[in-house]
Unconditional design. Structure first.
Length: 266
């Protein structure tokens, strides 16, 4: 069995219309708060899971470097992912695996940081960093819609250090009781993590279902590059949750729903 702790790496503002796509504001704003400028506050809820042999970090947030380049999103209360891991009793060198749901900057920026001289360094120097092959290829040659969401300084140093673990198939067993699956739609080859805890199966869904408000099938974000694939991915994941009621984690929900118990009614 795996133990776990949610590590909230900070918050930022995103356009509400973009987050909820074709859903009218009068509908989505009843489920997720919006400011007068139509922005929503989103969280970066990473997760640390561990057992007697492994310490696995799921996503790393935006990190603390070069945030001036991302001022449009008004990041705030950003926390150092390495310090949050230390607070749980693990040194960064003890993290054995980092699973990156995908390589948009708000999910993987914490993979690297800058030293006092401004040089990039890998935050978790002994960890295998898991990324799907399709997402890695997309990162290196991004489509026009995603190009601004990828930063080479976030993950290329991981690759150069020999720490990148590319997942070639659509399913992989990272360790006993810990599985990875690919889900398309938001981006190519996004990873969803499932692991067994004493509370049952835990599901880290990344941006397949980014907030509790996105549980309805047709509530698809305009940030998703292939919305019909996103719809199919969400239906597929929800069917799995209905068969095996699980604890579902919403990476971007800033208010509620992190770690909620899913039921067949979703």
């Amino acid at each position: 069995m795996w133990q776990y702790k949610i590590l909230t790496g900070g918050f930022f503002h995103a356009d509400g219309g973009a987050m909820f796509g074709a859903i009218p504001k009068r509908a989505w704003s009843r489920k997720y708060p919006a400011a007068e400028d139509n922005t929503c506050v989103l969280a970066m809820n990473c997760l640390l899971a561990w057992n007697s042999e492994r310490a696995v970090l799921l996503d790393t947030g935006v990190g603390t470097k070069d945030l001036g380049e991302l001022s449009y999103y008004r990041f705030y209360d950003v926390r150092d992912i390495a310090e949050m891991v230390r607070a749980q009793g693990f040194e960064p060198e003890q993290v054995t695996d980092v699973v990156l749901s995908h390589l948009h900057f708000d999910h993987c920026g914490g993979c690297t940081s800058r030293d006092a001289d401004g040089n990039l360094r890998v935050t978790f120097p002994n960890a295998r960093h898991w990324v799907s092959r399709r997402q890695w290829d997309n990162y290196l040659q991004p489509n026009a819609l995603e190009k601004a969401s990828f930063r080479l300084e976030d993950v290329c140093p991981v690759h150069e250090s020999g720490l990148l673990q590319l997942m070639e198939s659509d399913c992989c067993e990272l360790a006993d009781g810990f599985l990875l699956f690919t889900y398309d739609g938001h981006t190519a080859g996004q990873l969803v993590s499932l692991f067994e805890s004493k509370e049952g199966v835990c599901v880290f869904a990344g941006d397949v279902i980014p907030t509790r408000a996105h549980l309805p099938n047709d509530w698809i974000s305009a940030y998703d590059t292939h919305p019909l694939q996103s719809l199919a991915a969400k239906i597929r994941l929800k069917k799995e949750l209905e068969r095996n009621p699980s604890r579902l984690f919403f990476y971007h929900d800033a208010y509620s729903g992190v770690g909620c118990r899913t039921e067949s009614s979703i």
